[in-house]
Write a protein that binds this ligand. Structure first.
Ligand code: ADP
Length: 461
Protein backbone atom coordinates (compact mmCIF):
# COMPACT_ATOMS: atom_id res chain seq x y z
CA UNK A 1 0.00 0.00 0.00
CA UNK A 2 1.24 3.48 -0.79
CA UNK A 3 2.36 5.40 2.23
CA UNK A 4 0.18 8.26 3.23
CA UNK A 5 1.04 11.49 4.80
CA UNK A 6 -0.87 11.19 8.00
CA UNK A 7 -1.85 14.10 10.18
CA UNK A 8 -1.64 14.23 13.94
CA UNK A 9 -4.83 12.83 15.42
CA UNK A 10 -5.15 10.03 12.88
CA UNK A 11 -6.15 6.75 14.45
CA UNK A 12 -4.37 3.75 13.06
CA UNK A 13 -4.17 0.01 13.56
CA UNK A 14 -0.94 -1.95 14.13
CA UNK A 15 -0.31 -4.43 11.33
CA UNK A 16 1.99 -6.58 13.47
CA UNK A 17 3.48 -7.02 16.92
CA UNK A 18 6.24 -4.84 18.24
CA UNK A 19 7.10 -6.41 21.56
CA UNK A 20 10.70 -5.35 22.08
CA UNK A 21 10.82 -1.62 21.52
CA UNK A 22 14.14 0.21 21.39
CA UNK A 23 14.45 3.25 23.68
CA UNK A 24 11.93 5.87 22.60
CA UNK A 25 9.80 3.38 20.69
CA UNK A 26 6.32 2.24 21.52
CA UNK A 27 5.42 -1.40 22.24
CA UNK A 28 2.23 -2.74 20.71
CA UNK A 29 0.45 -5.82 19.49
CA UNK A 30 -1.13 -6.57 16.18
CA UNK A 31 -4.56 -4.92 16.00
CA UNK A 32 -3.86 -2.33 18.71
CA UNK A 33 -5.21 1.14 18.02
CA UNK A 34 -2.66 3.94 18.07
CA UNK A 35 -3.13 7.69 17.65
CA UNK A 36 -0.56 9.67 15.72
CA UNK A 37 0.68 12.58 17.80
CA UNK A 38 3.45 14.00 15.64
CA UNK A 39 4.61 13.10 12.17
CA UNK A 40 7.77 15.16 12.00
CA UNK A 41 9.94 13.59 14.67
CA UNK A 42 11.93 11.12 12.59
CA UNK A 43 11.77 10.05 8.98
CA UNK A 44 9.80 6.85 8.52
CA UNK A 45 8.47 7.09 12.05
CA UNK A 46 5.53 8.70 13.80
CA UNK A 47 5.26 9.75 17.37
CA UNK A 48 2.14 7.95 18.57
CA UNK A 49 0.05 7.28 21.63
CA UNK A 50 -1.28 3.86 22.46
CA UNK A 51 -5.03 4.26 22.76
CA UNK A 52 -5.40 1.73 25.51
CA UNK A 53 -2.24 2.08 27.61
CA UNK A 54 -1.81 5.81 27.00
CA UNK A 55 1.94 5.33 26.48
CA UNK A 56 3.71 7.42 23.88
CA UNK A 57 6.62 6.57 21.62
CA UNK A 58 7.84 6.17 18.07
CA UNK A 59 6.25 3.72 15.66
CA UNK A 60 7.43 2.68 12.23
CA UNK A 61 5.12 4.12 9.59
CA UNK A 62 5.20 0.88 7.62
CA UNK A 63 3.78 -1.14 10.48
CA UNK A 64 0.43 0.65 10.79
CA UNK A 65 -2.62 1.20 8.67
CA UNK A 66 -5.28 3.84 9.08
CA UNK A 67 -8.42 2.85 10.93
CA UNK A 68 -11.05 2.93 8.25
CA UNK A 69 -14.53 4.30 8.61
CA UNK A 70 -17.23 1.71 8.66
CA UNK A 71 -19.34 1.91 5.54
CA UNK A 72 -22.91 2.91 6.24
CA UNK A 73 -24.47 -0.16 4.76
CA UNK A 74 -27.96 -1.48 5.45
CA UNK A 75 -26.79 -5.07 4.94
CA UNK A 76 -24.46 -4.69 7.90
CA UNK A 77 -26.09 -6.86 10.51
CA UNK A 78 -25.66 -7.62 14.17
CA UNK A 79 -27.62 -10.81 13.48
CA UNK A 80 -26.33 -12.17 10.14
CA UNK A 81 -27.60 -15.61 11.21
CA UNK A 82 -31.20 -14.35 11.33
CA UNK A 83 -33.07 -15.48 8.21
CA UNK A 84 -36.50 -14.00 8.89
CA UNK A 85 -39.63 -15.94 7.96
CA UNK A 86 -38.61 -19.23 6.41
CA UNK A 87 -40.15 -22.67 6.87
CA UNK A 88 -38.57 -25.62 8.70
CA UNK A 89 -37.72 -27.51 5.48
CA UNK A 90 -36.21 -24.33 4.00
CA UNK A 91 -34.03 -23.97 7.08
CA UNK A 92 -32.92 -27.59 6.73
CA UNK A 93 -32.02 -26.87 3.12
CA UNK A 94 -29.90 -23.93 4.14
CA UNK A 95 -27.99 -25.92 6.72
CA UNK A 96 -26.50 -28.24 4.07
CA UNK A 97 -23.91 -29.67 3.83
CA UNK A 98 -24.37 -30.84 7.40
CA UNK A 99 -21.79 -29.67 9.86
CA UNK A 100 -21.99 -29.99 13.64
CA UNK A 101 -22.79 -26.62 15.22
CA UNK A 102 -23.87 -24.89 12.01
CA UNK A 103 -26.93 -22.81 12.94
CA UNK A 104 -29.45 -20.18 11.98
CA UNK A 105 -32.46 -18.48 13.54
CA UNK A 106 -35.75 -18.13 11.72
CA UNK A 107 -39.16 -16.73 12.45
CA UNK A 108 -41.83 -19.37 12.61
CA UNK A 109 -44.34 -19.29 9.74
CA UNK A 110 -47.02 -21.09 11.71
CA UNK A 111 -46.55 -18.98 14.83
CA UNK A 112 -45.62 -15.52 13.58
CA UNK A 113 -43.48 -13.63 16.06
CA UNK A 114 -42.01 -16.83 17.48
CA UNK A 115 -38.40 -17.64 16.78
CA UNK A 116 -36.80 -21.00 16.08
CA UNK A 117 -33.15 -21.87 16.54
CA UNK A 118 -32.10 -24.49 13.96
CA UNK A 119 -28.88 -26.38 14.60
CA UNK A 120 -27.12 -29.04 12.57
CA UNK A 121 -25.87 -31.95 14.67
CA UNK A 122 -24.87 -35.51 13.64
CA UNK A 123 -26.25 -35.03 10.16
CA UNK A 124 -29.65 -33.83 11.33
CA UNK A 125 -31.20 -30.46 11.96
CA UNK A 126 -32.82 -29.83 15.34
CA UNK A 127 -35.40 -27.04 15.65
CA UNK A 128 -35.61 -25.38 19.06
CA UNK A 129 -38.63 -23.22 19.61
CA UNK A 130 -37.78 -19.98 21.38
CA UNK A 131 -40.46 -18.98 23.87
CA UNK A 132 -41.19 -15.37 24.72
CA UNK A 133 -42.00 -15.08 28.40
CA UNK A 134 -42.07 -12.09 30.76
CA UNK A 135 -40.29 -9.92 28.20
CA UNK A 136 -37.50 -12.46 27.91
CA UNK A 137 -36.59 -15.27 25.55
CA UNK A 138 -36.00 -18.86 26.56
CA UNK A 139 -35.65 -22.31 25.02
CA UNK A 140 -35.70 -24.45 28.16
CA UNK A 141 -37.32 -22.30 30.86
CA UNK A 142 -34.00 -22.25 32.64
CA UNK A 143 -31.83 -19.81 30.75
CA UNK A 144 -33.41 -16.46 29.91
CA UNK A 145 -32.20 -13.84 27.43
CA UNK A 146 -32.86 -10.18 26.65
CA UNK A 147 -32.72 -10.75 22.93
CA UNK A 148 -31.57 -13.11 20.20
CA UNK A 149 -28.05 -11.67 20.17
CA UNK A 150 -27.76 -12.45 23.86
CA UNK A 151 -29.11 -15.98 23.30
CA UNK A 152 -26.76 -16.79 20.43
CA UNK A 153 -23.82 -15.44 22.39
CA UNK A 154 -24.69 -17.73 25.30
CA UNK A 155 -25.10 -20.90 23.24
CA UNK A 156 -21.92 -20.12 21.31
CA UNK A 157 -20.03 -20.41 24.58
CA UNK A 158 -22.17 -22.94 26.46
CA UNK A 159 -23.96 -26.06 25.39
CA UNK A 160 -26.64 -25.51 28.02
CA UNK A 161 -29.51 -27.87 27.36
CA UNK A 162 -29.19 -27.96 23.57
CA UNK A 163 -27.42 -30.70 21.57
CA UNK A 164 -24.26 -28.79 20.70
CA UNK A 165 -22.67 -25.41 21.23
CA UNK A 166 -23.24 -23.15 18.27
CA UNK A 167 -20.07 -23.16 16.21
CA UNK A 168 -20.75 -21.53 12.88
CA UNK A 169 -23.46 -19.10 11.85
CA UNK A 170 -25.15 -19.77 8.54
CA UNK A 171 -25.35 -16.25 7.22
CA UNK A 172 -28.36 -14.99 5.45
CA UNK A 173 -27.60 -14.26 1.84
CA UNK A 174 -26.58 -10.65 1.38
CA UNK A 175 -26.10 -10.04 5.12
CA UNK A 176 -22.73 -8.81 6.29
CA UNK A 177 -21.59 -9.61 9.77
CA UNK A 178 -21.24 -6.35 11.68
CA UNK A 179 -18.90 -8.05 14.11
CA UNK A 180 -16.53 -9.06 11.36
CA UNK A 181 -16.59 -5.64 9.67
CA UNK A 182 -16.11 -3.79 12.97
CA UNK A 183 -13.22 -6.01 13.87
CA UNK A 184 -11.56 -5.74 10.45
CA UNK A 185 -11.73 -1.95 10.55
CA UNK A 186 -10.46 -1.71 14.13
CA UNK A 187 -13.62 -0.45 15.84
CA UNK A 188 -14.45 -3.54 17.87
CA UNK A 189 -13.29 -3.20 21.45
CA UNK A 190 -12.58 -5.95 23.93
CA UNK A 191 -15.14 -6.34 26.68
CA UNK A 192 -12.61 -7.85 29.09
CA UNK A 193 -10.74 -4.53 29.09
CA UNK A 194 -13.80 -2.53 30.06
CA UNK A 195 -14.70 -1.70 33.65
CA UNK A 196 -18.23 -0.36 34.03
CA UNK A 197 -18.84 2.25 36.69
CA UNK A 198 -21.83 4.29 37.76
CA UNK A 199 -24.91 5.03 35.75
CA UNK A 200 -24.58 8.63 34.57
CA UNK A 201 -27.59 9.06 32.34
CA UNK A 202 -30.72 7.58 30.89
CA UNK A 203 -31.15 7.79 27.18
CA UNK A 204 -34.31 7.03 25.31
CA UNK A 205 -33.00 3.62 24.32
CA UNK A 206 -30.70 2.61 27.10
CA UNK A 207 -28.65 3.62 30.07
CA UNK A 208 -25.32 5.44 29.92
CA UNK A 209 -22.52 4.36 32.26
CA UNK A 210 -19.21 5.81 33.19
CA UNK A 211 -16.37 3.39 32.68
CA UNK A 212 -12.73 2.81 32.09
CA UNK A 213 -11.21 1.22 29.02
CA UNK A 214 -7.59 0.40 29.70
CA UNK A 215 -6.85 3.50 31.67
CA UNK A 216 -9.02 5.87 29.67
CA UNK A 217 -12.23 7.26 31.08
CA UNK A 218 -15.13 6.48 28.81
CA UNK A 219 -18.90 6.65 28.57
CA UNK A 220 -20.76 3.51 27.55
CA UNK A 221 -24.21 3.57 26.04
CA UNK A 222 -25.83 0.17 26.35
CA UNK A 223 -28.57 -0.87 23.99
CA UNK A 224 -30.30 -4.11 24.83
CA UNK A 225 -33.09 -4.28 22.33
CA UNK A 226 -31.78 -6.02 19.23
CA UNK A 227 -33.91 -4.02 16.78
CA UNK A 228 -32.75 -0.72 18.30
CA UNK A 229 -29.17 -1.96 18.42
CA UNK A 230 -29.37 -2.62 14.71
CA UNK A 231 -30.58 0.96 14.13
CA UNK A 232 -27.81 2.35 16.31
CA UNK A 233 -25.29 0.41 14.30
CA UNK A 234 -25.98 2.89 11.52
CA UNK A 235 -25.44 5.79 13.93
CA UNK A 236 -22.15 4.22 14.87
CA UNK A 237 -21.12 3.81 11.26
CA UNK A 238 -21.72 7.53 10.76
CA UNK A 239 -19.62 8.29 13.82
CA UNK A 240 -16.65 6.29 12.50
CA UNK A 241 -16.36 8.82 9.70
CA UNK A 242 -16.32 11.88 11.90
CA UNK A 243 -13.46 13.35 13.85
CA UNK A 244 -13.54 16.82 15.26
CA UNK A 245 -12.66 18.41 18.57
CA UNK A 246 -16.26 19.58 18.98
CA UNK A 247 -17.95 16.29 18.25
CA UNK A 248 -18.11 13.60 20.92
CA UNK A 249 -15.57 11.05 19.79
CA UNK A 250 -16.40 7.40 19.26
CA UNK A 251 -13.77 5.05 20.64
CA UNK A 252 -15.39 1.88 19.43
CA UNK A 253 -18.13 -0.61 20.14
CA UNK A 254 -18.50 -3.80 22.10
CA UNK A 255 -20.91 -6.52 21.11
CA UNK A 256 -22.18 -8.27 24.18
CA UNK A 257 -25.83 -8.95 24.94
CA UNK A 258 -26.56 -6.23 22.41
CA UNK A 259 -24.55 -3.17 21.54
CA UNK A 260 -22.33 -1.01 23.72
CA UNK A 261 -21.24 2.28 22.19
CA UNK A 262 -18.06 3.54 23.82
CA UNK A 263 -17.27 7.25 23.55
CA UNK A 264 -15.00 9.69 25.30
CA UNK A 265 -16.31 10.61 28.73
CA UNK A 266 -17.79 14.09 28.92
CA UNK A 267 -17.51 14.42 32.65
CA UNK A 268 -19.52 17.63 33.03
CA UNK A 269 -22.61 16.09 31.48
CA UNK A 270 -25.02 17.74 29.11
CA UNK A 271 -25.02 21.48 28.50
CA UNK A 272 -28.55 22.16 29.78
CA UNK A 273 -27.82 20.68 33.18
CA UNK A 274 -24.41 22.29 33.24
CA UNK A 275 -25.91 25.75 32.72
CA UNK A 276 -28.89 25.24 35.02
CA UNK A 277 -26.90 23.93 37.95
CA UNK A 278 -24.28 26.68 37.81
CA UNK A 279 -26.16 29.71 36.58
CA UNK A 280 -25.22 33.35 36.16
CA UNK A 281 -23.16 33.65 39.30
CA UNK A 282 -20.67 31.06 38.12
CA UNK A 283 -20.67 31.25 34.33
CA UNK A 284 -19.85 34.55 32.63
CA UNK A 285 -20.79 35.62 29.14
CA UNK A 286 -17.33 34.81 27.72
CA UNK A 287 -17.81 31.22 28.80
CA UNK A 288 -21.27 31.21 27.21
CA UNK A 289 -19.74 32.52 23.99
CA UNK A 290 -17.13 29.78 24.09
CA UNK A 291 -19.85 27.15 24.29
CA UNK A 292 -21.67 28.79 21.39
CA UNK A 293 -18.50 28.84 19.34
CA UNK A 294 -17.63 25.23 20.23
CA UNK A 295 -21.00 23.99 19.02
CA UNK A 296 -20.81 26.17 15.93
CA UNK A 297 -17.44 24.72 14.96
CA UNK A 298 -18.70 21.16 15.42
CA UNK A 299 -21.68 22.00 13.22
CA UNK A 300 -19.47 23.71 10.65
CA UNK A 301 -17.61 20.42 10.37
CA UNK A 302 -20.85 18.46 9.90
CA UNK A 303 -21.92 21.05 7.34
CA UNK A 304 -18.65 20.51 5.44
CA UNK A 305 -19.41 16.76 5.38
CA UNK A 306 -22.93 17.49 4.14
CA UNK A 307 -24.43 15.81 7.20
CA UNK A 308 -27.60 17.04 8.83
CA UNK A 309 -27.95 16.54 12.57
CA UNK A 310 -31.74 17.01 12.94
CA UNK A 311 -31.73 17.06 16.72
CA UNK A 312 -29.42 19.88 17.69
CA UNK A 313 -30.34 21.15 21.16
CA UNK A 314 -28.47 21.92 24.37
CA UNK A 315 -29.51 18.54 25.80
CA UNK A 316 -27.50 16.91 23.00
CA UNK A 317 -24.38 18.92 23.66
CA UNK A 318 -22.00 17.52 26.27
CA UNK A 319 -19.31 19.26 28.28
CA UNK A 320 -15.84 17.81 28.80
CA UNK A 321 -13.68 17.93 31.90
CA UNK A 322 -11.92 21.03 30.56
CA UNK A 323 -15.26 22.66 29.68
CA UNK A 324 -15.23 22.18 25.93
CA UNK A 325 -18.69 21.72 24.46
CA UNK A 326 -19.13 18.92 21.93
CA UNK A 327 -22.08 17.91 19.83
CA UNK A 328 -23.39 14.42 20.51
CA UNK A 329 -26.24 12.16 19.58
CA UNK A 330 -26.06 11.47 15.91
CA UNK A 331 -29.09 9.21 16.19
CA UNK A 332 -30.99 11.01 13.50
CA UNK A 333 -28.03 12.18 11.45
CA UNK A 334 -28.63 11.41 7.84
CA UNK A 335 -27.24 12.44 4.53
CA UNK A 336 -30.63 12.59 2.87
CA UNK A 337 -33.22 15.14 3.80
CA UNK A 338 -36.51 13.29 4.10
CA UNK A 339 -37.74 11.56 7.19
CA UNK A 340 -41.00 9.70 7.32
CA UNK A 341 -41.50 9.58 11.06
CA UNK A 342 -42.01 13.08 12.38
CA UNK A 343 -44.03 12.10 15.42
CA UNK A 344 -41.11 12.51 17.74
CA UNK A 345 -39.74 15.74 16.35
CA UNK A 346 -38.54 18.17 18.99
CA UNK A 347 -41.03 20.89 18.01
CA UNK A 348 -39.42 23.80 19.86
CA UNK A 349 -36.10 23.21 18.11
CA UNK A 350 -37.27 22.23 14.64
CA UNK A 351 -37.43 24.66 11.71
CA UNK A 352 -40.92 25.34 10.28
CA UNK A 353 -40.19 23.76 6.88
CA UNK A 354 -38.87 20.63 8.65
CA UNK A 355 -41.97 20.42 10.84
CA UNK A 356 -44.38 20.97 7.98
CA UNK A 357 -42.74 19.42 4.97
CA UNK A 358 -40.08 17.26 6.54
CA UNK A 359 -37.45 19.30 4.76
CA UNK A 360 -34.33 18.86 6.81
CA UNK A 361 -31.11 20.54 5.73
CA UNK A 362 -28.07 22.24 7.16
CA UNK A 363 -30.29 25.33 7.20
CA UNK A 364 -32.84 23.61 9.45
CA UNK A 365 -29.90 22.74 11.72
CA UNK A 366 -29.06 26.45 11.69
CA UNK A 367 -32.58 27.21 12.96
CA UNK A 368 -32.06 24.72 15.81
CA UNK A 369 -28.71 26.32 16.48
CA UNK A 370 -30.51 29.64 17.00
CA UNK A 371 -32.71 27.99 19.62
CA UNK A 372 -29.62 26.47 21.20
CA UNK A 373 -28.05 29.95 21.39
CA UNK A 374 -31.16 31.09 23.20
CA UNK A 375 -30.83 28.14 25.62
CA UNK A 376 -27.19 28.99 26.27
CA UNK A 377 -27.78 32.68 26.95
CA UNK A 378 -30.79 31.96 29.15
CA UNK A 379 -28.71 29.53 31.22
CA UNK A 380 -30.63 26.46 30.20
CA UNK A 381 -34.24 27.63 30.18
CA UNK A 382 -36.81 25.70 28.22
CA UNK A 383 -37.41 27.63 24.97
CA UNK A 384 -40.75 29.40 24.41
CA UNK A 385 -41.49 29.44 28.13
CA UNK A 386 -45.12 28.79 29.02
CA UNK A 387 -46.11 28.08 25.42
CA UNK A 388 -47.60 24.76 24.36
CA UNK A 389 -46.17 22.89 21.37
CA UNK A 390 -49.29 23.64 19.37
CA UNK A 391 -49.01 27.36 20.12
CA UNK A 392 -45.34 27.37 19.19
CA UNK A 393 -46.07 25.76 15.85
CA UNK A 394 -48.83 28.23 14.99
CA UNK A 395 -47.22 31.40 16.30
CA UNK A 396 -43.82 30.69 14.75
CA UNK A 397 -45.49 30.09 11.43
CA UNK A 398 -47.12 33.53 11.76
CA UNK A 399 -43.74 35.12 12.35
CA UNK A 400 -43.52 35.12 16.15
CA UNK A 401 -39.97 34.80 17.54
CA UNK A 402 -38.65 34.47 21.08
CA UNK A 403 -37.41 37.57 22.84
CA UNK A 404 -33.81 37.97 23.85
CA UNK A 405 -32.88 36.26 27.14
CA UNK A 406 -32.06 38.62 30.02
CA UNK A 407 -28.71 40.37 29.61
CA UNK A 408 -28.12 38.75 26.24
CA UNK A 409 -25.54 40.70 24.19
CA UNK A 410 -27.43 42.40 21.33
CA UNK A 411 -25.00 40.95 18.78
CA UNK A 412 -25.93 37.46 19.89
CA UNK A 413 -29.64 38.15 19.75
CA UNK A 414 -29.23 39.36 16.15
CA UNK A 415 -27.54 36.03 15.38
CA UNK A 416 -30.52 34.15 16.82
CA UNK A 417 -32.86 36.23 14.70
CA UNK A 418 -31.06 35.48 11.44
CA UNK A 419 -31.00 31.76 12.32
CA UNK A 420 -34.79 32.07 12.58
CA UNK A 421 -35.40 33.54 9.15
CA UNK A 422 -38.55 31.93 7.78
CA UNK A 423 -36.84 31.37 4.46
CA UNK A 424 -34.07 28.73 4.88
CA UNK A 425 -31.86 30.35 2.20
CA UNK A 426 -31.72 33.57 4.18
CA UNK A 427 -30.25 31.86 7.23
CA UNK A 428 -26.45 32.01 7.42
CA UNK A 429 -24.28 28.94 6.96
CA UNK A 430 -22.39 27.67 10.01
CA UNK A 431 -19.06 28.95 8.74
CA UNK A 432 -20.55 32.46 8.52
CA UNK A 433 -22.02 32.13 11.98
CA UNK A 434 -18.64 31.09 13.28
CA UNK A 435 -17.01 34.20 11.86
CA UNK A 436 -19.67 36.39 13.43
CA UNK A 437 -19.27 34.66 16.79
CA UNK A 438 -15.53 35.10 16.69
CA UNK A 439 -16.05 38.79 16.13
CA UNK A 440 -18.43 38.88 19.07
CA UNK A 441 -15.86 37.01 21.14
CA UNK A 442 -13.29 39.69 20.28
CA UNK A 443 -15.62 42.31 21.75
CA UNK A 444 -16.14 40.43 24.99
CA UNK A 445 -12.70 39.13 25.68
CA UNK A 446 -10.38 41.83 27.07
CA UNK A 447 -7.31 39.79 26.19
CA UNK A 448 -8.01 37.73 23.11
CA UNK A 449 -4.78 35.77 23.49
CA UNK A 450 -5.95 34.20 26.72
CA UNK A 451 -9.57 34.17 25.70
CA UNK A 452 -9.63 30.46 25.00
CA UNK A 453 -8.36 27.54 26.93
CA UNK A 454 -7.36 25.57 23.87
CA UNK A 455 -5.77 28.08 21.57
CA UNK A 456 -8.64 28.68 19.19
CA UNK A 457 -7.89 31.74 17.14
CA UNK A 458 -9.90 34.86 17.72
CA UNK A 459 -10.17 37.12 14.76
CA UNK A 460 -9.69 40.78 15.49
CA UNK A 461 -11.65 42.55 12.83
P1 ADP B 1 -30.74 10.39 24.47
O1 ADP B 1 -30.96 8.96 24.10
O2 ADP B 1 -31.79 10.95 25.37
O3 ADP B 1 -30.44 11.26 23.31
P2 ADP B 1 -28.11 9.74 25.45
O4 ADP B 1 -28.37 8.30 25.56
O5 ADP B 1 -27.17 10.16 24.39
O6 ADP B 1 -29.46 10.54 25.36
O7 ADP B 1 -27.56 10.29 26.82
C1 ADP B 1 -28.35 10.45 27.97
C2 ADP B 1 -27.57 11.24 29.00
O8 ADP B 1 -26.40 10.51 29.39
C3 ADP B 1 -27.03 12.57 28.48
O9 ADP B 1 -27.96 13.60 28.64
C4 ADP B 1 -25.82 12.80 29.36
O10 ADP B 1 -26.19 13.38 30.58
C5 ADP B 1 -25.32 11.39 29.58
N1 ADP B 1 -24.25 11.07 28.59
C6 ADP B 1 -24.39 10.59 27.35
N2 ADP B 1 -23.21 10.43 26.74
C7 ADP B 1 -22.27 10.85 27.59
C8 ADP B 1 -20.84 10.98 27.56
N3 ADP B 1 -20.14 10.66 26.47
N4 ADP B 1 -20.22 11.46 28.66
C9 ADP B 1 -20.93 11.82 29.74
N5 ADP B 1 -22.25 11.74 29.85
C10 ADP B 1 -22.94 11.26 28.80
Amino acid sequence: MAKMNWAAGTQCVAKGDHRKPKPGELAYHKGDILTIVDTSTRKGFYQARHNTTGEEGLISSTNVREREALRVDPSLSLMPWFHGKISGPEAVGKLQPAEDGLFLVRESIRHPGDYVLCVSVSGEVIHYRVIYQDNKLTIDNTQYFYNLIDMIEFYSNNKGSIATTLLKPKQKQGAKSAELELSKTGWLLDITKLTLGENIGEGEFGAVYEGEYMGQKVAVKTIKCDVTAQAFLQETAVMTKLQHKNLVRLLGVILHKGLHIVTELMSKGNLVNFLRTRGRSVINSVQLLRFALDVCEGMEYLESKKLVHRDLAARNVLVSDDSVAKVSDFGLTKVDSKVSDNIKLPVKWTAPEALKKEKFSTKSDVWSYGVLLWEIFSYGRLPYPKMSLKEVKEKVEEGYRMEAPDDCPPGIYSLMKICWEQEPRRRPAFHKLREKLEREMGKHSPDPGSGRRDGIRILRL
